[in-house]
Write a protein that binds this ligand. Structure first.
Ligand SMILES: O=S(=O)(c1cccs1)N(Cc1ccc(F)cc1)Cc1ncn[nH]1
Ligand SMILES: [Mn+2]
Ligand SMILES: [Mn+2]
Ligand SMILES: [Mn+2]
Length: 369
């Protein structure tokens, strides 16, 4: 009888599974605004879409990596692990599946979000962080994978509590995000997506009767090449923004539920940063150290978001003073952890969708969420 190999499956680049470079498509949905389905059946629109096939293959490759990495994360992450161990499990598997190429070519799309409890987003451990995951924690795992700057931004929420305390907020946020995905489409107004999300989220309450609120100052966003936030924000409440979603745009649809105020403020040590596009001139009057750090960041990441650990991985040391100069000059944007009130807890689900001319593709869709 063949000895059951209990060896963990060796990770290899996913190119081995797709030698022809054709990656699995996401979930296809019709655009909501096209009542007479003129888009869906249009030969011309499908032809148009084929012009960007290399770009869509990059997104689909990133999405397949994302699905495999989050499955591994769910199977390996346990209370008692340090946040640094958890981040390393996720990031080393992204890099391996992406083929261990330079950070700017393919791999980690932005810092691995591991925000806990009342912290809603933008927490990842810095070097020296001793924090340990507890069985009572509710953790937003927000994973970024990019291939040639095409960024897949998708997140889910992990809990370990077995009393069912978090069941309602998890159901509410999953339902709200799916609603946002369904309501999105070409010619849809951002306000209307927000209104639909808000209605669903606020129809839930926890088992002890606490209302579940949308975090009204958090949003989804469009995504550009190497740019995680393309300038359009998708609200999760009705906010009167009549801007429309447009053909060919890529959106991260994310919703956040909270038992707190439903409003977040920046708090604590920052880990997440990104170069602001077009700010090269801003470094002129700065110190030699700041200018050197700017060049290293630009060479390593371009405008992709990064965190202190990735900067250290690229060989930088004793950079903090120069980094703070770049932030003060507006050359580097800081994204500190954003928190609701102490004692509350928050949940998130997020998918990346592509507004093809003929149909909408939920490219990060998996059988998990
Ligand atoms: O909150 S955001 O800054 C934003 C939302 C709307 C307009 S800008 N942000 C973009 C971002 C910023 C820094 C990162 F390292 C990664 C992403 C949303 C987000 N964070 C995580 N996943 N998605
Ligand atoms: Mn995200
Ligand atoms: Mn996002
Ligand atoms: Mn700032």
């Amino acid at each position: 009888k063949k000895k059951k190999s209990n060896k963990k499956k060796k990770l290899v680049s996913i190119e081995h599974s797709y030698p022809d470079g054709i990656y699995p498509e996401g979930q296809w949905l019709d655009h909501p605004m096209d009542s007479n389905t003129y888009r869906t059946t249009s030969e011309e629109m499908r032809y148009l879409d084929n012009q960007n096939m290399a770009k869509w293959q990059d997104f689909r490759k990133g999405a397949e990596i994302h699905r495999r990495v989050r499955a591994k994360a769910k199977s390996q992450i346990r209370p008692g692990m340090t946040m640094l161990e958890i981040a390393d499990i996720i990031e080393s598997s992204i890099r391996t599946y992406a083929g261990n190429v330079a950070a700017k070519v393919a791999g980690v799309g932005f810092p691995t979000g591991l925000s806990l409890n009342h912290v809603a987003a933008h927490y990842t451990p810095n070097t020296g962080d001793k924090k340990v995951l507890a069985s009572s924690d509710i953790m937003k795992v927000d994973i970024g994978v990019h291939v040639n700057g095409r960024i897949c931004d998708s997140a889910f929420t992990m809990t370990f509590d077995e009393t069912g305390k978090y069941d309602e907020i998890l159901a509410a946020v999953r339902d709200a995000t799916y609603t946002g995905v369904r309501e999105s489409g070409i010619d849809v107004r951002l306000n209307d997506v927000g209104a639909a999300i808000q209605e669903v989220m606020e129809s839930y309450e926890t088992r002890d009767g606490t209302a579940i609120k949308c975090i009204r100052n958090l949003n989804g966003h469009n995504i550009g090449d190497y740019v995680i936030h393309g300038g359009k924000s998708v609200p999760i409440i009705a906010n009167g923004d009549m801007t429309k979603m447009e053909e060919g745009e890529v959106f991260a649809i994310e919703t956040f539920g909270s038992t707190g105020q439903g409003y977040v403020v920046p708090e604590g040590e920052c880990s997440h940063y990104a170069l602001n596009a077009g700010m090269d001139a801003g470094v002129k009057g700065l110190s030699e150290r700041a200018r050197a750090l700017f060049s290293k960041i630009d060479a390593s990441f371009g405008t992709l978001p990064w965190c202190r650990r990735y900067l250290e991985r690229e060989g930088e040391e004793k950079y903090l003073f120069a980094l703070n100069q770049l932030v003060r000059a507006g050359v580097v944007e800081d994204y500190p952890p954003i928190v609701d009130k102490r004692g509350s807890y928050t949940a998130q689900f997020e998918h990346t969708i592509i507004l093809h001319p003929h149909r909408k593709e939920v490219v990060t869709k998996g059988d998990d969420y």
